[in-house]
Design a protein around this ligand. Structure first.
Ligand code: ARG
Length: 565
């Protein structure tokens, strides 16, 4: 039931003749901050002009006229009409609507016919996937699910970092010291070793750098050998990354990275030139952004080389031409705030109207147990190691808590991975994250395992009860604990919309904790099984709704919820 529509209808009935439509009245209804002021409130000043009466008088008169079994009471307070929905009706309507919608509860088709491109994860070739990439990967993956949930067509793009002089150096190093077998066996680690050795030896022997540059030029010029080696590096990197994506359950629709735009930049450069935006600065070609309080966007270096920004301009245009997107989201760390402000400004100056749909979804840094990560200083945590350790730790906890669990391996995987993902998606994305094992894997805190455990608890209660139940007596859900759960479930659709509007999956993560806590409170205060049949049935319906909503919430943040733990 749509409570707002129903209340609006009651107001119209009481007014006799209404200056506002049912839809207008429903739109003015507010949800009071405190439930002491009712479930919904209507600000009567919206009617005072048309009725030539004070809000107080209108509220007084309406409160005595409105009579419907939908309301436990209607109060007039300072020009507001406060509606208290009958507790049993409130619980029945919300629990049943959540259950009948199943895993689509809260969905609508506001995104139908629209496309959103999500640029996320976007790893760099010949570097291993480390925990610094976890936020972009999981925020991006979750936003893909969330937009898809609301009917958007989503295109997930892994904008690979596969361009730059370092790749020339890597080929030079490979030609000197590398061999196929070793790189095949060692994967990205072996490539990194070659690169590190190159840089060390180049310090002694700077001529090596010329060799590196020559190989980079060879890639650019399409030299067959250079391309063959480079593409093979790419393959090896992606094979390594794919293992991590598999563990995380992440998939992409496109891997068009920086090098994909090699032949797509010239038209953009020409357009910049034609529109008089490109100016010469010490041999380089730049777009001046002084008027906007930013350093210039460098489009071409003095040696004619293109830059990261040039590629991003070409990429935005390509995505627009190819996908005709409504939105293009860049899930990239806040270190690149300036870069995105610059390229968005350049797109605006170019008159690319559609660029309004581009948005930088930025996020904070990840550190590990109090230490910032640094590749240079060797303080680095590889994602694959982190996830595998988490799975092992989860497995040990399960072994201790539920030694008789059937599919321990699968559950350990779900809990171990879920704990890490949940931790990363728990705070507002702009905050820095400090990853701690004992905080991520704690079964009692505000963690993934805690929420998953609550889901499994609901499943267990429902299993024990069996399918055959009496007619639920919803008046049994009038207690404050049950009502708090119902209130949270009612808010869920709105939270999903806000999470999408703000590109903030953490709103869903937090919600799942609130709901889990509310259910556990209810669970400790109230008996479920063995109660009088109507009461038991109502509490089971509530339990089932909590199970379903938690599962859905976790799915939206890319976490699987096991039924037994
Ligand atoms: N590869 C880049 C990095 O690791 C991120 C790329 C983000 N996407 C983009 N279109 N610029 O920093």
């Amino acid at each position: 039931m749509d409570f707002k529509a129903a209340i609006a209808q009651e107001i119209i009935k009481a007014l006799g003749e209404s200056p506002l439509s049912q839809q207008e009245i429903a739109g003015f209804l507010e949800v009071p901050p405190d439930t002491k002021m009712g479930d919904y409130a209507f600000p009567c000043f919206k009617l005072s002009k048309a009725l030539h009466k004070s809000p107080m008088m209108i509220a007084d008169s309406l409160s005595s006229t409105i009579a419907s079994p939908l309301f436990a009471r209607v109060e007039s307070v300072k020009g507001y009409l406060n509606f208290f929905i009958d507790r049993a009706t409130y619980a029945r309507e919300i629990v049943e609507s959540a259950l009948s919608a199943g895993d689509k509860y809260g969905a609508d088709d506001c995104g139908a016919g629209k496309t959103v491109v999500l640029d996320y994860s976007s790893i760099n070739i010949a570097k291993r996937f480390h925990i610094g990439h976890l936020s972009t990967t999981m925020i991006g993956a979750s936003l893909c699910r969330l937009y898809g949930f609301f009917g958007y067509h989503t295109v997930g793009v892994n904008h690979l970092g596969d361009w730059g002089t370092q790749f020339g150096k890597m080929i030079a190093a490979y030609k000197r010291w590398g061999d196929r077998e070793t790189v095949l066996k060692g994967g990205v680690d072996e490539m990194v070793k070659l690169y590190v050795r190159f840089n060390a030896e180049a310090k002694e022997n700077p001529a090596l750098n010329d060799e590196g540059r020559a190989w980079f030029k060879a890639i650019e010029d399409g030299n067959a050998e250079a391309l063959e080696i480079f593409n093979w590096f790419k393959e090896v990197t992606l094979k390594d990354a794919e293992r991590v994506y598999d563990i995380l359950g992440v998939k992409f629709d496109s891997y068009a990275g920086e090098s994909f735009y090699n032949d797509k930049m010239q038209p953009v450069i020409d357009e910049l030139q034609q529109k008089g935006l490109l100016i010469e600065d010490q041999g380089a070609k730049i777009v001046d952004l002084k008027d906007y309080g930013m350093p210039p966007a460098i489009i071409l270096r003095s040696d004619g080389a293109t830059l990261y920004a040039t590629r991003d301009l070409a990429a935005a245009k390509y995505r627009h031409d190819t996908y005709n997107f409504d939105k293009c989201l860049y899930v990239v760390a806040y270190q690149q705030d300036l870069h995105f402000r610059q390229i968005f400004k350049v797109m605006e100056l170019l008159g690319w109207d559609w660029a309004k749909g581009c948005e930088h979804v930025n996020f904070g840094m990840v550190s590990f147990e109090g230490q910032t990560l640094s590749t240079r200083e060797g303080r680095i945590v590889y994602l694959e190691d982190l996830l595998n350790t988490s799975i092992e730790k989860a497995r040990a906890i399960i072994e201790e808590k539920s030694p008789n669990l059937e599919n321990k391996d699968e559950v350990a995987r779900q809990v171990g991975v879920g704990a890490v993902v949940f931790f990363i998606l728990y705070n507002n994305r702009i905050k820095d994250v400090d990853f701690w094992w004992d905080r991520a894997l704690n079964f009692e805190g505000e963690t993934g395992p805690y929420v998953m455990y609550t889901h499994a608890r609901c499943c267990s209660v429902l299993r024990k009860a069996g399918a055959q139940q009496a007619e639920p007596d919803y008046s049994a859900l009038a207690d404050p604990e049950a009502q708090e759960i119902v209130r949270l479930i009612e808010q869920f659709p709105g939270i999903l919309h806000s999470a999408m509007d703000r590109n903030e999956p953490s709103m869903i993560t937090r919600f799942s904790v609130d709901l889990a806590q509310a259910y556990n409170k209810f669970y400790y205060e109230h008996k479920i099984l063995g109660e009088e049949p109507g009461v038991q049935a109502a509490r089971l319906r509530l339990t089932d709704a909590v199970r379903s909503v938690i599962k859905e919430a976790l799915w939206l943040i890319s976490i699987d919820a096991p039924e037994k733990m």
